[in-house]
Design a binder for this molecule. Sequence first.
Ligand code: GLN
Length: 472
Amino acid sequence: MTSAHDIAARVAAGSSATTEVETSLAAISQRNAELNVFLYVDEEGARAAAHQVDERIARGEKLPLAGVPVALKDNLCTEGIPTTCSSKILEGWRPPYTATVVERLLAAGAIPMGKTNLDEFAMGSSTENSAFGPTLNPLDPRRVPGGSSGGSAAAIAAGMTPISLGSDTGGSIRQPAALCGVVGIKPTYGLVSRYGVIAFASSLDQVGPFAANVADAALTLEVIAGHDRMDSTSLPETSPSLVAHLKDGVAGRRVGYVKELVDGSDPDVAAAVAAAVEVLRAQGATIVEMSIPELQLGLSAYYLIAPAEASSNLARYDGVRFGLRVDGDDVAGMNEATRTAGFGAEVKRRIMLGTYALSAGYFDAYYGQALKVRTLTINAFQKAYADVDFLIGATTPSVAFPFGSKTKDPMAMYLNDVFTIPSNLAGDPAVSVPFGRGEANLPIGVQLLGPGRSEAGLLAAAQVLEDAERAR
Ligand code: GLN
């Protein structure tokens, strides 16, 4: 697949954006029925947007993503275009406004091709929780693409679009990126606007890019990042310069090789991380072996904090304002019938867990305790970053797993996020970059983690690993 950088360059030089849209539509129609990547393909909108891009280029506008097709996770609001969060409760709903991240892509000349599949309300690690059927991993259709942004990762792996957006609350960008062999970035909390992103756990949710290479992911993040007055948690500064730093390398950087970010992973995954560490060392980084025991507490804290916030955020789906309504004898009956019919099993489990954790009498023991663990995590990272510039570990414990292998036991599914969750709790950025192959020749993701606003350095390190991988 042509890179976003190359597409933008040729469209800027006068080649029509329509060609790019038709190439993307052809790739989508070739495999979407089989893989279930897109829930909605906006053919008409994409073609119209291509014409507009051509006109803007003809007028002399400089567009960093001119004519670049992009896939959008279906929890990003798009005015007039169905936005389902892969839930029956939102079926038929068309948002009255567009998310800031999508507005910024459009302003940069990118072309939204449609909406991609996810675990219902982004709760899951495999897309098996989608109300509209799972997405299949393009590299092996018997296996999951990861989740919850499985459709957006698969769109890249299947060559349908060069870039896409996902959201990451506990790992939902990095985990599917690893399982589909693509690059995924979870930015610093507040770097990217959440306006128009359907809320799961507001203190953890962050939007970020997927791409087939580090440079395209960096460019996409530059376009969507930066202050937005419509999001009260948005950081005050403008978008960071990332692409310009991709060649910075890792010479002189100190990198923590963290035991807890590898322990428990399959041997093929651990070997890939060890090989990545050697690449960074050979490129001049100083490797510091470290243990950060607090990171192991992240999973339990997350599975109280995220459901607690979700139970509150999802209270708005009451049959009155959005999507589905199932009638009842009175208002409470209608609310109950709507929520019973509209939410899937995992979403109901989270709402019950969260409501329980927040209830009077249990608040201190569960939610309050989890917040203390969150603080411990933040402090532990801070201490580590006093000594090293960034950390390295695995993104996931294994390569892509077969359908059905973790659906019977929620804990088995939750454990998939053990390495990604700590960054969300701390609000810090992290990148997953494909490095090496494991079982069944499937890709492995190596994770690079850094302190707040360290994206430029993390992406330069990811670039070092990508270059080494290409040279192998
Ligand atoms: N798998 C995690 C969960 O189910 C994380 C999901 C996410 O990041 N959206 O909560």
